[in-house]
Ligand binder design. Sequence first.
Ligand code: GDP
Length: 488
Amino acid sequence: NVSAPAATTLSQDKLLGGLLSAAFDESSCQSRYKSSLYRKPSPFPLSPYLVQKLRKYEARHKKCGPGTKRYRKAIQQLQAGRNVESSSDDCKYVVWFPCNGLGNRMLTITSTFLYAVLSGRVLLVNVHQEQEGLFCEPFPGTSWVLPAGFPEGNPQKLHVDAPESYVNMLKSGLVRADMPASALPPYVYLHVEQTRLRLSDNIFCDDDQAVLGRFTWMILKSDSYFAPALFLTPMYEKELGRMFPQREATFHHLGRYLFHPTNKVWGIVRRYYEAYLARVDEKIGFQIRIFPEKPVTFENMYDQLTRCIREQRLLPELGEPVSSAAANASTSGAADGKVKAVLIASLYPGYYDKIRGLYYENPTKTGEIVAVYQPSHEEKQEYTSNQHNQKALAEIYLLSYCDKIAMSAWSTFGYVAYGFAGVKPWILLRPDWNKEVSEVACVRSTSVEPCLHSPPILGCRDKREVDVAAVKPYVRHCEDVGFGLKIF
Ligand code: GDP
């Protein structure tokens, strides 16, 4: 049982209708209770069944987590090179390893957590120094951080060709479906990377899940939001339908359950929000991400952004400069004097400079005031810098408080922000591979779910190529990644 005395005083509202556990000390992680106050209430009701599943998961994590006798026993088995036949009461683990930037990491942690819930495992995250101190513990009375001294999972060895990967162990005969659990290797590595933009075969199929389920230890590394693949695994489909009657809200709920910036990062978010965003009438976020594999010039990107703003009427039109007398005469509109804040998240300062300049030098036709802000411009991605990641996380949260969001195609940073917000973004499309400019500036997403960039093969052992989006009523191809999949 996970209830604690302090908890009972917290209202259901504060706990997001039961999404959050009541068993935490509020001051240890203020964002858990304060962050949602910066947003409109979630448009997606929570299913009581999901709440039940989360409380059950928390109890399991507490029973099996670091520092427990069961954890020590499982580690000893791993060190002894043994996998054992387990009963339903035994503890099984999935250890998450990091890959890529913060957005990718948040999406893969969420997918891995969902997998842990479905498969009866406990999620442990391998937190490297660049990610230390970013997130509060999500499960009460225990820790999700993989303790130091974990004997396996040298990051250099976690790649598609690793002999310990499930797919390779199947090929080499080290793992067979008819083996007793005690004959299986001491752990299995699940490599869920978008290798050749296809999720590795032989993972999201019932037969394979049955074999994988017999390993006490699983190590998982992924760069993809693979939750949609779980929906497509027959044995999980029904359960997921009960947990998420509105499937589109899967990341929205799980992300808001799992991630809470620590007080330090929350300080950055709160100071910025209170200084610039708290008192405005509307907040509009623009996230501009330029990927090295598809560079777009500044001029082309700026042009695309302004086309999107114009076509979708995201910001008031600029009017001809008028004299103050005329301005007084035209101040009767309802919008007049209202303040729209534009929050720009980008590694570069140029978009901010130009948009701010436009609304500094010109009035708007409606009389609305447009205030433009950008919290940082780091110039370069720094995967291994803790401070850099603190700012990135703060900006993901700030973006997620916006009423409207326009974001760069393909960016997991943007996916996380709109997923938290529960708003369907406008996506600034990537130019075709042989073009410099995207003809269509932006399209509205059909869902608040992130996109899985590498669809699994649905046919499993049949090796049939099936277009999942054509056969599953709740799956679509993504607006920004044609072969990608998105739940809606
Ligand atoms: P993706 O590469 O766009 O899918 O997003 P990721 O979050 O996985 O990786 C991009 C990384 O680059 C981020 O985690 C940040 O470290 C950095 N980055 C990209 N855009 C921004 C931005 O607008 N603000 C800040 N502070 N960092 C950014």
